[in-house]
Design a protein around this ligand. Structure first.
Ligand SMILES: [Zn+2]
Length: 68
């Protein structure tokens, strides 16, 4: 099922959802996109993308499927 950001209604990517689960609430069923989340947290969106990339590359978090 497709999700959209509950704030700006942007369609969410798998990474948007994974980052929200990782940083905010593991059991969430409503999400905000990385852009809105970065505003809330006061950190650049790029930083969130870097975090997602880190987890994809290392495979240490099951929310982020490892890159092949
Ligand atoms: Zn948003």
């Amino acid at each position: 099922m497709a999700h959209e950001c509950i704030r700006c209604e942007e369609m969410l990517t798998a990474d948007d959802i994974a980052i929200f689960r990782k940083l905010i609430c593991r059991e969430a069923d409503e999400y905000i996109c990385m852009t809105c989340l970065s505003e809330d947290l006061g950190i650049p969106r790029k930083k969130l993308e870097d975090i997602a990339d880190y987890y994809h590359r290392t495979g240490v978090c099951c929310l982020f499927p490892r890159y092949n």
